[in-house]
Design a protein around this ligand. Structure first.
Ligand code: ARG
Length: 404
């Protein structure tokens, strides 16, 4: 293997990636360039460049990717109905693909031989980063210090940082591991590792409890154009801003708290708390509109696709031919998913109360039980006769056999 002279590091500015930065320089005697993306993690990245450089980076990239993240990653997943194991809207997973794509972009521009990340060897994120990186640049070398270095505890990392004069904020140690972007917050570790225990109230970052939520419901109306959420209460928003707005409104009403024991790709079950008000609201509203505008077969088939799609995302296969092919199907289905959905948010609940669309397939004249009814009830007799014929035949033959 040729010598590594330049490394692009995915950098958050936290303890792990700060120590990794110094460790990579020491171990590889290489130049390290950091890359930090703003995906809507809700904290300022103003001082990140300075911090990276003072820790030894030769250059620090900081990019605002909220627009690209919402339009190119969140939107396809929303339209596909991708919710892992029926609960997790995949915020962290979706973010990894975009970060990995940009690490490769910067590596190619800077002619770096390697990229590096701060994921542990037990999680899904290492898989997502590395599979994506190799899918986009098969020749790249990937370094994952957390999987191989000698620092096995937080204390050792702090000691290493002090020894190398890395300025780390001596904040009070939080027992939690958190990841946050526009599409949601992921929280694990500490007391959450005990599945028998209710999460302590302080774990929640962006949602209030049902108890503390307003005593009156909040009604909102979301408009979709061909499956794209475009308006909130009649006002147009860019997708990223709409998501931020819904996180606030939903969070205030206690909507979007998720407590999940999930199956990781590497075979471990883990317990994670998610907060995803906008994701929960938009997935729900979008599906309600599909109930109105998709024909029965397409709607049912799409539910199967949704499950498969969520697994591809969770398992790191965003850049797989299958995911891209499924996108073709999903896009085709969105042609008539336009209209408005009215929701009632109240103490942790999100319920549909009304929906309308110029392409609604709901035909009141067929559905009604009043005298407006145009459905020919007599026609059902023949339908049922033919529909039930296979079962009737089985019954007849088997009864005859039993008698013998
Ligand atoms: N379990 C989630 C996933 O695999 C989130 C992982 C990151 N979680 C965290 N608390 N840092 O997508």
């Amino acid at each position: 293997m040729s010598k590594i002279k330049k490394i692009i590091l995915a950098y958050s500015g936290g303890l792990d990636t700060s120590v990794i930065l110094a460790w990579l320089k020491e171990k590889y005697k290489a130049e390290v360039i950091t890359y930090t993306a703003n995906l809507g993690q809700g904290k300022t990245l103003d001082s990140i460049e300075e911090k990276a450089k003072s820790t030894g980076a030769s250059k620090a990239y900081v990019e605002n990717l909220k627009k690209e993240f919402s339009q190119e990653y969140v939107l396809p997943a929303l339209q596909a109905g991708a919710v892992y194991e029926g609960k997790y809207p995949l915020a962290t997973a979706l973010g990894r693909f975009l970060i990995a794509k940009n690490l490769i972009k910067v590596a190619e521009k800077e002619k770096a031989e390697a990229i590096a990340h701060g994921c542990s060897g037990k999680g899904n994120d290492q898989v997502r980063f590395e599979v994506t990186a190799k899918a986009l640049n098969p020749e790249i070398t990937i370094l994952a210090p957390l999987r191989e270095w000698e620092l096995t505890s937080r204390e050792e990392e702090v000691r290493y940082a002090q020894k190398h004069n890395i300025s780390i904020e001596i904040t009070e140690e939080s027992p939690y591991s958190m990841d946050r972007n526009l599409w949601g917050v992921s929280i694990e570790c500490g007391p959450l590792e005990d599945t028998r225990r209710e999460p302590p109230p302080e774990v929640y970052q962006i949602t209030s409890s049902a108890e503390k939520a307003p005593d009156k419901p909040t009604y909102i109306e979301i408009e979709f154009q061909q499956g794209i959420p475009s308006k909130l209460d009649g006002k147009s928003y860019e997708l990223a801003s709409l998501i931020e707005k819904l996180n606030l409104i939903g969070g205030k009403n206690g909507v979007g708290r998720i407590d999940l024991v999930e199956n990781r790709l590497i075979g471990i079950k883990s317990r994670e708390i998610y907060e995803a008000p906008a994701a929960v609201i938009l997935h729900y509203a979008h599906k309600e509109l599909e109930r109105l505008t998709l024909d029965k077969d397409t709607f049912h088939f799409k539910e199967i696709i949704a499950q498969r799609y969520s697994q591809l995302v969770y398992n790191g296969l965003w850049y797989s031919p299958l995911r891209q092919a499924l996108d073709g199907f999903v896009t085709q289905t969105q042609k008539f998913v336009s209209g408005q959905v009215k929701l009632k948010l109240y103490k942790g609940n999100c319920e549909v109360v009304a929906r309308k669309s110029p392409y609604s397939l709901y035909d009141k004249k067929l559905a009604t039980y009043t005298k407006e009814d145009v459905f020919n009830q007599k026609a059902s007799e023949g339908f049922i006769h033919i529909w039930g014929l296979p079962l009737k035949t089985v019954a007849k033959i088997q009864k005859k056999k039993e008698k013998k």
